[in-house]
Design a protein around this ligand. Sequence first.
Ligand SMILES: *[C@@H]1O[C@H](CO)[C@@H](O)[C@H](O)[C@H]1NC(C)=O
Ligand SMILES: *[C@@H]1O[C@H](CO)[C@@H](O)[C@H](O)[C@H]1NC(C)=O
Ligand SMILES: [Zn+2]
Length: 379
Amino acid sequence: MKFALTALAAVAAASPIFEQETFNSEPGFSLDLNAQRLVQLEGQPPVWMTELDKIKAKAQNIKFFDITDTQDLESFAATSHVKFEFPATPTATDKVTSVIKTLSTKGPRANLEKFSSFRTRYYRSDTGKDSQQWLLSKIQDITKSASSSLKELVNLSEFSHSWGQNSIILSINGSTTPDEVVIVSAHQDSTNMWPFLPAPGADDDGSGTVTILEAYRALVAADFKPERTVQFHWYSAEEGGLLGSQAVAKEYAARSVKVVAMNQFDMTAWVKKGTREEAGIITDFVNEDLTAFNKKLVDTYLDIPYVETKCGYACSDHASWGKAGYASGFTIESSFENSNHYIHSANDRIDISEEFSFTHMLEFSKLAVAFAIELGGWA
Ligand SMILES: *[C@@H]1O[C@H](CO)[C@@H](O)[C@H](O)[C@H]1NC(C)=O
Ligand SMILES: *[C@@H]1O[C@H](CO)[C@@H](O)[C@H](O)[C@H]1NC(C)=O
Ligand SMILES: [Zn+2]
């Protein structure tokens, strides 16, 4: 997610730590501040810069794709496009309603207490590897509780990356059109504005991570057997310039995988004091039809209204799929202005304020369940 506190960003950018030219890394991290990366900023040709320059850009609220390993992602846009008509209205209301009744804040709270207790989930840190392995074990536990016939449809895998923390892909094979894929996603990594500092990342994006995990738990408990293939993705390295999602999107596009829809859940917990509780629907750099469908899902299944909002270029992992030509969207805790301002700091914690709300988060688990069932189908 984009960092919105420009005042704090300015303080950090001016802090002496950024000036330590001889200081390249720290124990427990595999980040070389002098490494050269190819970076794409909005409306400009790609430019080579160091990891340190990427950190400085991020601190100044400049968003980018790090395209060092995915320079040809856009070249797939023409071929990976799938003609898919989003339904005019939700149709599986009985099934969706029965599953969302079983959602609970209990699992998300326990999972997020643990997930935000890693010192950092930075994608180039040892603890970021540990947090990924822990998340994988939680997904395995849920999968083990599935009926034996559902288990046969499930494939849980790690998508390896060179930097250490892998992305995680959970797939439920479709019964009638398994070649068509619906993706529900979040990013598992966190960062501090200065990446070697603690980064609990409770909201960004621990919240989205446990939001979709709870959706998966409820779907498994309901013995969900989709017609299309439904996948849950937990990306690594969103904070490094959408690295994990670009790698996955590129691999899918290169294999001509027919992804019909992808929706990102990045920050789902914050309700700013004094504001109306809402579900933010991002309207820029997203697929219009998918976004219109998300609004209908909110109207039909959530207890709160939606609000349209924008978050800019390369704002989260949906942008990687959009770049590859796929229909992608992004739903967030509030309007962008009212979102959590503690992100990318040691204060992105569950207990920082009453504004951090597990019941708000649950509304997004409802949305994830509805998205999976309505678009995945359930005979
Ligand atoms: C599970 O997914 C991985 C990664 O996509 C793939 O390589 C593997 O063949 C799949 N396994 C099965 C049984 O489909
Ligand atoms: C998915 O299901 C289809 C149709 O039932 C089957 O042909 C295919 O082998 C399955 N694929 C995997 C990876 O299980
Ligand atoms: Zn984020």
